[in-house]
Write a protein that binds this ligand. Sequence first.
Ligand code: C2E
Ligand code: MG
Ligand code: MG
Ligand code: MG
Length: 279
Amino acid sequence: RAKARERSSWRRFDFSMVEQVTRRLAMEKNIRKGLENGEFVPYYQPRVDIRTGRVVGMEALVRWLKPDGTVGNPADFIPVAEDTGLIVQLGERVLRDACEQARRWHLSGLPGLRVAVNISAHQFRANLAELVFAVLEDSGLDPELLELEITESTMMSDLGQTVSLLEQLARRGIHTAIDDFGTGHSSLYYLKTFHINTLKIDRSFVRDILNDENDANIVSTVITMAQNLSLQVVAEGVETAEQLDFLRRHGCPEVQGYYYARPLPVAEFEAYVRKTNGW
Ligand code: C2E
Ligand code: MG
Ligand code: MG
Ligand code: MG
């Protein structure tokens, strides 16, 4: 009996492993094909000045426009792209697209909007500065109109390299942001040491801002701290007028979230900005 049980649990285990590996391999193959076919494109979510309601920039968020007409979200494919290293190619695609698009908007009546691009740990370690300088040169985008979003864990994994990389980027006028601030292991010491411009408060803190006293305190403290360190601060994931009101009362200068707009395809983003900014 013990043997039979052993065998059957083996079989179950084995089966799910095979299934999982097979699914991953298929996904990897599809991502490769998708990259060749240009199926990965950035959508753009407005970043808004809380006092004026005007759009001051946008975050490029990749979407997978699949041949069957469905749209894939990052949560579905970024983990596989990270594991397989395909994120480097995918990330370069998004960076190039976003810089070219920002340049086009800058020249065609939507001037001065800064585009934020998410950078994965892989990219951060793989000659990021050289790539970014090359893309800026190719696209003609003013370095001041680019911000790179990097998570705390990426920054903390090799402090020496991070410090010098952030300095290289800053010397060219490229902005950098700590993404998902508060969710990783950040240290106040590094906030002072790293050459960064912006803190993006993770939306997990914003979500319960009205009901959870701890979240409310964390958010208002981060806003004050950012101001004392002369850092820009952006609250992510603002969905309601009440959350917006809280953030306004606590002096948060910039926000992003569904309350204003979801990540939008190029034409819709353009229409949104023209309407809100009166351009
Ligand atoms: P993130 O950089 O923290 O981006 C914010 C995420 O929150 C986006 O999800 C955005 O659509 C979502 N969001 C914005 N406002 C709201 C809101 O009001 N409510 C809610 N519930 N969600 C909101 P998305 O586009 O699915 O991206 C998820 C994550 O995938 C990003 O988190 C980022 O870490 C990663 N990602 C997206 N695009 C890229 C990319 O081009 N390269 C890399 N390396 N990572 C990317
Ligand atoms: Mg981001
Ligand atoms: Mg974030
Ligand atoms: Mg995130």
